[in-house]
Design a protein around this ligand. Structure first.
Ligand code: ACO
Length: 328
């Protein structure tokens, strides 16, 4: 059975914080952030907004754009590194309740910034089982809830949510669909991007020494090298598997972590920079939300049309990485 992306939605919190505003509080500058990352600003959710609130709004947008009703959705997969609660209950269940959806299945994927890529493939597998025709895949993050505002890495992150509906294809979808996916994990790199305290290894109830124990710690250079290398290898492998060349691809939509990662991968591959869709300047790194948010933006601006072939590639905590080739 073939599967298609029926629609894409997103939600971006209103509050926008520029590099200059951050530089008023920490030792950084607009010049450094732009030249090292390509980031100019990020959006930050309100104190009373959690990942499920952002994801719920993106889900509503996707459902509306598909011309579907909530009752048409048979399952919800939420990719998030910043769940509303640590484990109980899942953010997907909270969104299912907010949507007032019938008691369908709902679960979270913890695959860091690759979560959306994993979610697409998980939905494809669930659709093959045949119990439903439409699955919501949501990438939602309130990363600003896990950053230490005194750590200079805080400049990298922002909040947002994106969602797609993955559906069993019908006769109208001739030629469209998810052509292939590739998923990988390398747990040996777990400590490169980690929140140390708050899980079963070091429960919060045992206390913590420092703010750095309960916020995201990243070995920037190590993650950078990993990201460039897997962006290159995943794209090569996806093209090989589908017998496509770069000329067949309308756009590569990479996880938006750092413009320099994308440019370094483009150079190694010999692909032109403008094959890669980049929106990091206005939104920063929004982890599992970055790819669906980019897709929604591309559709809105007319860059993405039915029949276009795109390659989406994610990489992040775990370490995890993977990609999908999609005929839109
Ligand atoms: N503002 C100003 N100066 C800074 C900042 C900052 N925010 N951060 C570091 N610096 C300074 C350092 O102190 C250092 O100064 P020094 O030379 O005087 O000692 C200098 O800049 C260079 O530091 P590096 O850490 O070597 O900087 P680098 O060029 O590696 O850039 C960065 C750091 C942007 C974090 C880079 O390593 C990177 O992008 N890594 C990948 C990060 C990433 O993509 N993470 C997310 C992937 S997974 C996910 O999405 C959750």
């Amino acid at each position: 059975m073939k599967t298609v992306i029926t629609s894409v939605g997103s939600y971006i919190p209103k509050r926008r914080v520029t590099n200059d505003e951050l530089a008023e509080h920490i030792n950084t500058s607009d010049e450094w952030i732009r030249s090292h990352t390509g980031i100019g600003a990020r959006h930050i959710a309100e104190d009373d907004e959690a990942s499920s609130d952002l994801g719920y709004r993106a889900a509503l947008d996707a459902i509306e754009r598909a011309g579907l009703q909530v009752r048409d959705i048979g399952g919800i997969i939420t990719a998030t590194a910043t769940p509303d609660h640590p484990g109980f209950p899942s953010t997907a269940c909270i969104i299912q309740d907010k949507l007032k959806a019938q008691p369908i299945w709902a679960f979270d994927i913890a695959a860091g910034c690759s979560g959306f890529i994993y979610g697409i493939e998980a939905a494809r597998g669930m659709l093959q089982l045949g119990s439903t025709d439409h699955i919501l895949v949501i990438g939602t993050e309130k990363l600003t809830s896990v950053v230490d505002w005194n750590d200079r890495n805080c400049v990298l992150f922002g909040d947002a949510a994106g969602a797609v509906i993955v559906s069993a294809s019908t006769a109208d979808d001739e030629g469209r669909g998810i052509l292939c996916s590739e998923l990988h994990a390398d747990g040996a790199g777990a400590d490169a991007l980690i929140v140390s305290v708050g899980g079963s290894r070091h429960p919060m109830k045992n206390g913590y020494q420092d703010i750095s124990d309960i916020t995201l710690r990243m070995q920037g250079r190590r993650v950078y090298n990993f990201a460039v290398s897997v962006l290159v290898s995943t794209l090569k492998s996806l093209l090989e598997k589908t017998n496509l060349t770069i000329d067949d691809i309308s756009y590569i939509v990479p996880h938006q972590a750092n413009i320099r990662i994308i440019q370094a991968a483009a150079k190694r591959l010999g692909f032109p920079n403008d094959k890669f869709y980049v929106n990091i300047e206005n939104l920063a790194n929004t982890s599992a939300a970055s790819i669906p948010v980019a897709l929604r933006e591309m559709e809105d601006t007319g860059l993405l049309k039915k029949g276009d072939i795109i390659a989406a590639v994610g990489f992040g905590a775990g370490l995890t990485y993977g990609g999908n080739i999609i005929v839109w």
